[in-house]
Design a protein around this ligand. Structure first.
Ligand code: HEM
Length: 125
């Protein structure tokens, strides 16, 4: 019951993360001042924190093991890659083509994370 509730919370925050990342990427591409608005910087962090807390709670309650359950290991490594690419894309200072490429690659990595989560298998191909 609690597990199901946390899983819903995890998936809801995953959806919001995705939506916010797509919108911020669009604002980056059109050079919108929205990207540096205070709430646009804060809301994704709050949401990502809830996402991670739910993820850790699911891992503990479900007795998953991040280092021996291969799908979870893959998810964690892919998450680090997603964070690195995401900050490259959304922080100012790099040429536009670098930021757009990083944004597109981050979206691919995000899709990989979802497929791994659903299939419970790092080898999705
Ligand atoms: C951007 C990052 C993440 C995304 C997009 C994501 C996505 C998902 C999705 C879509 C599911 C539902 C799978 C299904 O319906 O069967 C899920 C479940 C789960 N995720 Fe994540 N997740 C992310 C981060 C994490 C992290 C960092 C952890 C571990 C620390 C984690 C642990 C779990 C666990 C334990 C489940 C429940 C597995 C189950 O009972 O089916 N997730 N995740």
């Amino acid at each position: 019951m609690l597990y199901e509730l946390l899983k819903h919370l995890h998936i809801a925050t995953v959806n919001l993360t995705f939506a916010l990342f797509v919108v911020r990427g669009y604002w980056m591409i059109i050079d919108s001042p929205m990207l540096v608005r205070h709430w646009v910087r804060v809301v994704p962090h709050v949401n990502d924190t809830v996402l991670l807390i739910a993820a850790i709670a699911l891992t503990v309650l479900g007795r998953w093991h991040p280092l021996t359950d291969g799908w979870l290991t893959a998810k964690l490594i892919a998450l680090l890659l997603y964070i690195a690419l995401g900050s490259l894309a959304l922080r100012p200072g790099r040429p536009k083509w670098v930021r757009v490429t990083a944004w597109l690659l981050a979206l691919l990595v995000f899709a990989y994370i979802i497929l791994v989560a659903v299939m419970k298998d790092p080898w999705i191909f």
